[in-house]
Ligand binder design. Structure first.
Ligand code: 4AD
Ligand code: MG
Length: 464
């Protein structure tokens, strides 16, 4: 009764013992010998368990014979070794209770045959019952737990940063506005500027694009911190790599520079990948077989080799000499487009690349100015198939330098508390943001980021 299919398959119940399994029918077929085979899943592992149902059961004709994909049942029986292929154990049913029939099987949107992921997105409420989305859901869960465990074991403090904020941490203007009042009548100061000192019910507020600025405050007290939560970007990017609502993992470390940051990113990513390969071998075998033939090989290589580090300036040189024709011509100072990032990681390095020291003008105000006065201590981690998976930097800890980098005085005034952190006991510190869904895409080999988050929010997606 208390065991899931995963636990039973792993040996929690001895052969010959009684089991009670509750779940949803994936398939049912009838054999000539007057028995039905029901494949039952409960979400706990990739493979369903086989229930062997003899015609002697009293509801065999009336109910069992009508079971099909999607029906919910409770099967009671004896756990036995399976003689059939593909499973080591099966259940010899002594009773089968139907909990919920599928009354009109022809209307069941995800009935047995294969569906495109695009179609399944229109059935976001039923798609967790499919093999692929079930596997994604388990991998996502394993990764989330692994991330928290990694930081917990290494002495980091999980800090819950706010979702409603008044600042644009990335300065990219991709904010969703949270409105409590008439925008035409915001409280203004004597100069006619919006008065940010007012509480958020009286001022302008937004959904956060990043917890970084807030987590920096905790870093400069707790030394090692991270935030892991939902973030929002109102960018109208209709790509397979962008969501309007996604989860971000943002560690921040004190007394640390860009090299420390890059070392953390590498150790952390490898740990995440290693754990999924070990703990979700069943799901990974599915992804390898049905989604991306190279995925396990690729991940194993990543775990076994050191990340290549490269300066932005060298990357520009490599791209210019590559002989490739890019849609966007390559010149120093430009922001790299996904075609450039993918060339570097997929063709040039053939693995993860840590790209460092970007031109100051294409990066956020908080990144630390390098001695050349032209570049900042930024890093992006680029991986094959995805492009940018991590973006991070060493932060500008020197007040005068920070002040020189604010886009305008209004931003500086608004971030008075962020300036305070540089006035009172400042220290060098660094951190990064990992897009959680991009990590799941990378680890599973799934094509589209909309298929690795339960209910995707992006331009044009149905709202469930
Ligand atoms: O590079 P980004 O914008 O960096 C920051 O937000 C920093 N404040 C992070 C930090 O240093 N603490 O975003 C970080 C990562 C990207 O590398 C990408 O993986 C992911 O977040 N990301 C998105 N994922 C899905 N959909 C989007 N629209 C995303 N935008 C960024
Ligand atoms: Mg970035």
């Amino acid at each position: 009764n208390k065991f899931s299919i995963a636990e039973i398959v792993k040996g929690a119940v001895a052969l010959g013992e009684e089991v009670v399994i509750k779940g949803w029918v994936r398939t049912r077929r009838t054999s000539k010998a007057g028995i039905s085979f029901v494949a039952l899943h409960d979400g706990s592992c990739f493979d369903p368990i086989q229930i062997v149902v003899p015609e002697a059961l009293e509801n065999y004709e009336s109910e069992v014979m009508h079971l099909g994909a999607g029906c919910s049942i409770i099967a009671t029986g004896t756990l036995v070794a399976s003689e059939g292929q593909g499973q080591s154990v099966e259940v010899q049913a002594t009773a089968l209770e139907v909990v919920g029939m599928v009354d009109e099987p022809e209307t069941y949107p995800i009935a047995k045959k294969r569906h495109t992921f695009e179609f399944l997105r229109t059935q976001a409420h039923l798609r967790p019952r499919t093999n692929a989305i079930g596997a994604v859901t388990r991998v996502r869960n394993t990764l989330a737990n692994t991330i928290h465990n990694y930081f917990y074991k290494n002495g980091y403090h999980w800090v819950n940063t706010p979702i409603i904020t008044s600042s644009d941490a990335e300065g990219a203007g991709e904010l969703f506005r949270v409105s409590t009042l008439d925008m035409a009548n915001l409280p203004r100061n004597d100069q006619g500027k919006v008065d940010y000192a007012k509480d958020f019910f009286g001022g302008e507020s937004f959904l956060t694009v990043s917890g970084q600025l807030n987590v920096e405050a905790y870093c400069l007290a707790m030394s090692k911190v991270y935030t892991f939560g939902p973030t929002f970007r109102a960018e109208n990017s209709n790509t397979s790599r962008h969501l309007a609502e996604f989860w971000m993992v943002e560690p921040e470390i004190a007394f640390a520079n860009l090299e420390d940051d890059a070392a953390l990113a590498e150790d952390f990513l490898k740990h995440c990948i290693r754990t999924v390969l070990e703990e979700r071998a069943d799901d990974m075998a599915f992804f390898q077989q049905r989604v991306d033939k190279e995925v396990i090989n690729r991940l194993t290589n990543v775990v076994d080799s050191a990340f290549v580090h490269m300066d932005y300036t060298d990357a520009i040189d490599i791209l210019q000499k590559s002989g490739q024709t890019f849609e966007f011509p390559v010149e120093w100072g430009m922001d790299l487009a996904s075609e450039h990032e993918r060339f570097l990681s997929e063709q040039h390095v053939k693995g993860p690349v840590v790209l460092k020291n970007y031109p100051k003008d294409i990066k956020a105000f908080y990144m630390r100015m390098n001695d050349d006065e032209k570049t900042v201590a930024a890093m992006d981690v680029l991986v094959p198939g995805i492009g940018e998976i991590i973006g991070g930097s060493q932060r500008e800890e020197r007040l005068d330098r920070l002040d020189a980098r604010f886009p305008d005085q209004e931003t500086a005034d608004h971030l008075w508390w962020y300036r305070d952190l540089r006035r009172y006991g400042t220290v060098p510190h660094a951190g990064f943001g990992l897009g959680f869904e991009r990590l799941i895409n990378y680890v599973t080999g799934m094509e589209n980021i909309r298929d690795v988050i339960p209910f995707p929010r992006s331009p044009g997606s149905a709202l469930f």
